[in-house]
Structure formats: structure tokens, C-alpha cells
Design a protein around this ligand. Structure first.
Ligand code: SF4
Ligand code: SF4
Length: 142
């Protein structure tokens, strides 16, 4: 069964000296995109990735990360946009640095691309009508 998960990888100071990300995804045949990365050699850091693949391959990749001492958190939140409550004011687009929320230049209507969202929640604070909210579901950390 194919599924997609958004994960946050936490690297310690020495992890950044070794190749990891390419192996983490490709070794298990996963399609991945890096949504956010803040890593410096010798300092460590973190990265948010979207992974898509067979459920068991995702599990194997997460086990591989644990073997490599990379902490992985499956993000347990998602942004939900309620079109019915949205007045298309665009306030959320000004704070969405990842362009997950965008206004169509022709129709001036908002659209939401979940794949680009890193769940920073800035849009939730910016929205005057409560049209965007955080949905919490089960996640785990290794
Ligand atoms: S949480 Fe909101 S502001 Fe942050 S990336 Fe997602 S849509 Fe954009
Ligand atoms: S801030 Fe809220 S009401 Fe305005 S466009 Fe974004 S989701 Fe819609």
C-alpha cells in the first residue's frame, strides 16, 4: 500500500559529515522532496521531508535512520483549509514562505498545496476567519 508521510529529521553534529539523505530515500525506493533544511556541517540541524512509497519501505527507511542515529519524527499535524470559511483575502499567503497557500493571479482565489506545507502554522495565526486550522493525528518518534 502506497502512502505519503511528512517527517522531520534531526541530525547531530557528526551526522552531517556522512552521506545520509540520498541513501535514506533511494535505498528503499521512496520518492522524496525536501521541504525545509537547516543543516550546517559540524553543527547538525534538521530537515523536513515528504516521503512517498510502499508502507513497508517507509518503515524500513525509518528503521535505517534509527540505525544511523538520526532522530525522525513523523509530523503529527496537518493544515486543513476550509474553502467555505475563506474570504480569499490573501493574508495567509503573505506569511506562507513555502508557497503552499497562493492566490490565483487571475481569479484572486486561494488554493492550498498540502505537499508544500511544512506545518509552521503561520497561516493559522494570520487568518482572520479561521479558515485554516491545524489537524492533529497520530504520529510517533524514533
Ligand atoms: S502551515 Fe500555513 S504558512 Fe506554514 S507552510 Fe503550511 S500553509 Fe504555509
Ligand atoms: S487568510 Fe484565511 S480568509 Fe484570508 S485567504 Fe487565507 S485562508 Fe482565506
Amino acid at each position: 500500500m502506497q502512502k505519503s508521510v511528512k517527517v522531520r529529521l534531526q541530525f547531530n553534529t557528526t551526522d552531517t559529515e556522512k552521506p545520509f539523505v540520498h541513501l535514506f530515500a533511494t535505498k528503499f525506493g521512496l520518492v522524496f522532496s525536501i521541504l525545509q533544511a537547516d543543516i550546517m556541517p559540524g553543527r547538525g540541524g534538521r530537515m523536513i521531508m515528504d516521503l512517498t512509497g510502499e508502507a513497508e519501505d517507509i518503515e524500513r527507511a525509518l528503521a535505517y535512520a534509527a540505525e544511523r542515529n538520526v532522530r525522525v519524527k513523523i509530523l503529527s499535524k496537518a493544515i486543513v483549509w476550509n474553502d467555505a470559511s475563506c474570504v480569499h483575502c490573501g493574508a495567509c499567503t503573505a506569511v506562507c514562505l513555502h508557497k503552499a497557500l497562493t492566490l490565483d493571479p487571475v481569479t484572486a482565489e486561494l488554493s492550498f498545496n498540502n505537499e508544500s506545507c511544512v506545518v509552521c502554522e503561520m497561516c493559522v495565526k494570520a487568518c482572520p476567519t479561521g479558515a485554516v486550522r491545524v489537524d492533529i493525528y497520530n504520529g510517533n518518534e524514533s
